[in-house]
Ligand binder design. Sequence first.
Ligand code: HEM
Length: 420
Amino acid sequence: MDRQLHARLDELMRDPYPLYERARRAAGLTYVPELRAWLVARDADVRAVLRRPDVYSSANAVRGDTVPCQAALAVLADNGSGTGGRTRVVVTADGPAHRRLRAPITRGLGPARVAALAPYAAERAAALVDAFAGDGRAELMAAYATRLPGEVIGRLLGFDPADVPTVVRGVHSTERLLFRPLPEGEQVAAAHDIVALRRLLDGYVRDRYAAPRDDLCGEFVTSLGRDEGEDGDMGALTDARRAELVAHLNNFLIAGHLTTTALIGTALLHLLRHRDQWRLLCAEPERIPAAVEEAARYDTALQGFRRITTRAVTLAGTELPAGAELLVAFGAAGRDGARHPRPDAFDITRPATARHLAFGLGAHACPGAQLAREQVRLTLALFARRFPGLRLDDDRPPVTMRPTLIHRAPEALHVTWVRP
Ligand code: HEM
């Protein structure tokens, strides 16, 4: 993709809402050349797509915006873990293959495991806040939002806390390499981070294979490591199986970590931009769950994923051939006035009648939604209690959003408060 196109794409991604509005008003679907896709922006149309995975395949769900340079590809190919190459993961699989990959995730993220994780998440959140609480100012994306979800997902999988920085770096580098136009040197550095993460994940796969453990990584290995049809028997740890498990873990980390970081950042941003709402939240903390839903509706982390048609179909009056690419915009659906009255108002007192689509719907609906909600909820409770005077730092330039539709978040969130 050329630089000019990338510049236009960046602009669009930093504020996609005007485009969404035009697309919702237009007759039929709108083709957006920068996205190389038909934009599905109305709530009803997004639901129609998500309910028909047989017609709208997920095969291209996370297609990147850039192709890495040869030097970066060489690093990725020669990664020493024997796990290079392209493997289908839960988010890009369809039908029975998808159900097989999804089963251990939904089992592993059940209410009991999320509840068991909550005290650890609360303890780590408090420790992160303690580290900067006396300073009177902080940059919350670096000091808090990028850190808590990494620690929580590491614990969920059963990883050593010392490995979490490698995980966080590798996941961020994956996103940058696939979605940002980086200079060649940075691409190669990102590729090395990705390889370090793959090696780490490969080590965990081998360990759990040798000695099963009762953590989510163990659950993935015992569930996906079985020979199909052999009812209960673990198969040999072949290269193909290692590749699948490493790709599965990698995908799980990307889906479950950066998204939560992003929603923590945008929830705090919008509450602080709407001071009346922040004051209300501090005075009436029982409104926190509603505030989490409103933040997700108003400016969700995962703005859109792709789909590709498996056959010719008509959607919203637009005739699409087989193989047409769509961007299914969860974020645009959240601002659809046909479902959410006063859609552009950020209002935590909104009645919880209209369900938003920030966590998707149907076969691929987010299995981590409760864990994500829990982390944003405990963050708002903690910040409302510790820093009721929290405000955006006026001495800093206005907040800008990262140019991405998959982890929409502030680039930085500088805040101040009166020290206790
Ligand atoms: C604020 C945070 C989050 C948001 C906004 C979010 C949003 C979403 C959405 C919209 C989808 C559906 C994608 C599609 O239809 O193609 C999805 C899928 C998924 N999410 Fe989340 N998610 C979040 C947090 C999490 C967490 C914490 C985890 C796990 C720990 C997680 C794991 C997954 C996985 C594995 C999928 C793929 C499911 C499948 O394809 O069947 N997510 N997420």
